[in-house]
Design a protein. Structure first.
Lengths: 106, 475
């Protein structure tokens, strides 16, 4: 096992825990949601050295101590824009052309 | 692992006492009938008004946002309008607030109140801009902050716009609890409130609504200063009702009593708000009918006993636009006006485009908010996710847009339109919900009928007639 699965005390990590099992869900939720658990992910500073998959305790930014399964070490922000979308890229040209044509006509 | 929370039923049974301690308001004292309560007194007793709210907001650079005339968009509208038509469109650039949206106004009084009363921290259940606003205000006030979000589906795919809100909240030093899909978020939230004793910075307290009054008030004054008149119409992106309620109240307080208040939502009909499957197929996180329909027809479904956001009292018109129209207008705003904003906040801009087209050229339409744009919080992020989930993206007639199945980006600005929701149907639906909430063995008094008339902006005869009709149908 390499170091990438091990985190020292004080490392910024993400934990995972199950809040409600499938079958314990609130009565008003639709069938697809009934069939899956409600899970929670929270980040904080690890209170003891641990490996991915271990049950650990963290201290959150609000100072609370929470327990859960260690799932990510130094979790990345991966949300992005992605590639340009063809259906949007020409809109600017189109509306500028409309304005230009009208400007010439008026 | 299960993290040892009390059971769902046991926690929900303590709801009232947990909420009462967390907002420090005794809602029961405002009750005047079986359904009726003294709405104005609930707001008045906070001790804040539009002037004191503005003074508090100034301390953290909230408010006083620019009013921008969208001259190029107005010109584009006029190319699609009949002769003499095409009202001037202005936008209140609320993205200029510290955390990038008008939600700073809503958060400011709550955080101020929490600090004043000695709470150690504030909490909010929100997946939207409001979380960043509360976290930002809490950072400035030196309070701790916890934000609870519905953030990802069972495939662990995060809604990109919410992922950006997670990042923003964490950047302001808040603890963020991210949950999978489901309304039991409220159960987790109650635990947080009970565990911490923090102030519940709910979107629906009087503080939150009074905080928005400054927006309507400023807007009216700015338009008057700039054009010599109050706006003819103000268009508000509508979800939980706070934006419509607070803005309308602020307009009225500034004297702009004749301005038409138009609520606009993105049409998400056919998608279920608590469905894990539908969660990432909405392509919008707020400003949509999934919130605005239930909250308009029954506001007291919020995380406080009586919701201070009561949109039906204030709206003159309620319209929907399609997902594709909002994405289209977001691109137009960037390329013609040099403003990268939204997308969710541009719902009202899409509506303004269609509504201004039908109004005379000398009329004034104001879009009352913008919001910041960023990674995840952008049409590209939403459309790339939509594509990945098999939603068809095409150019075409917006009428062919089908939430969750196909997003149709208009081919031409003349295709932008609004669909009016029949307010009479909405009012009847509200009254039907109200009747469902009358406890067994109790009956409505004259005070209740008057309350329902105020709630629906009608009169007692209308309310009585509707109740009779509903009873006839049921009987």
């Amino acid at each position: 096992m390499t170091d990438m699965y091990r985190a020292e005390k004080g490392t910024w990590v993400e934990i995972h825990s199950k809040v409600l099992s499938a079958g314990e869900r609130a009565p008003q939720v639709p069938q697809d949601t009934q069939g899956i658990p409600l899970v929670m992910r929270t980040k904080g500073f690890l209170l003891q050295a641990a490996n991915i998959g271990d049950e650990v305790e963290i201290e959150t930014c609000a100072g609370r101590h929470l327990t859960g399964t260690l799932v990510v070490i130094n979790p990345a922000y991966t949300h992005t824009f992605g590639p340009p979308i063809d259906e949007l890229t020409t809109i600017g040209r189109e509306v500028k052309a409309i304005l230009k044509e009208r400007g010439t006509n008026q | 692992m299960n993290h040892g929370l009390e059971s769902y039923e046991a926690t929900m049974a303590q709801k009232d006492e947990i909420v009462k301690a967390s907002v420090g308001l005794n809602y029961a004292q405002y009750r005047t009938g079986v359904l009726a309560f003294d709405y104005e007194k609930l707001l008045e007793d906070t001790g804040y008004d539009v002037t004191t709210a503005a003074a508090i907001q100034r301390q953290t650079a909230v408010g006083n946002t620019p009013l921008v005339e969208l001259k190029n968009i107005t010109a584009l509208v006029r190319t699609t309008a009949a002769s003499g038509k095409g009202a001037r469109i202005f936008v209140k650039d609320e993205a200029a607030n510290p955390s990038g949206s008008f939600k700073d106004r809503r958060a400011s009084l709550s955080v101020h109140e929490a600090a004043k009363r000695g709470y150690a921290g504030v909490a909010a259940a929100t997946s939207g801009n409001y979380g960043a606003a509360v976290a930002s205000q809490a950072a400035k006030a030196g309070l701790r902050c916890i934000i609870v979000q519905e953030a990802f589906d069972s495939q662990n795919i995060a809604q990109p716009e919410i992922a950006e809100k997670t990042r923003a909240c964490e950047a302001y030093g808040a603890e963020v609890i991210r949950l999978s899909v489901g309304p039991e978020l409220f159960y987790v939230y109650l635990h947080v409130l009970k565990d911490t004793g923090y102030f519940n910075a709910s979107l629906y307290t009087p503080y939150s609504i009074i905080g928005i009054e400054t927006l309507g008030f400023e807007l009216a004054q700015q338009v008057k200063l700039h054009t010599g008149q109050f706006p003819d119409a103000v268009i508000t992106t509508h979800a939980g009702g706070g934006n419509v309620t607070g803005t309308a109240r602020g307009l009225i307080k500034a004297g702009a009593t004749e301005s038409q208040m138009i609520a606009a939502s993105v049409d998400l009909s056919g998608l279920h708000m608590a469905s894990d499957h539908d969660f990432n197929r909405k392509s919008f996180t707020t400003g949509h009918t999934g919130f605005s329909m239930p909250f308009t027809t029954w506001p007291d479904r919020a995380d406080v006993p009586r919701n201070a956001a009561r949109a039906l009292r204030y709206m003159d018109r309620f319209v929907t636009v399609t997902q594709g129209e909002v994405f289209y207008v977001t691109q137009v705003l960037a390329e013609l006006e040099g403003l990268q904003r939204g997308p969710a906040g541009n719902t009202s801009l899409a509506a303004a485009f269609a509504i201004a087209r039908e109004m005379d050229r000398d009329k004034i339409v104001v879009v009352q908010e913008t919001e910041y744009t960023g990674a995840g919080k952008h049409p590209l992020a939403q459309l790339n996710l939509a594509k990945k989930l098999g939603i068809r993206i095409s150019r075409g007639n917006p009428k062919d847009n089908q939430p969750g199945k196909r997003i149709v980006i208009p081919q031409h600005p003349s295709q932008l339109s609004v669909i009016d929701i029949d307010l009479d149907t909405v009012r009847r639906s509200y009254i039907r919900h109200a009747l469902e909430h009358v406890p067994q063995g109790e009956s409505l008094s004259a005070i209740d009928l008057q309350f329902l008339a105020e709630e629906t902006r009608t009169n007692q005869a209308y309310v009585e007639e509707t109740i009779d009709e509903l009873h006839r149908k049921a009987g």
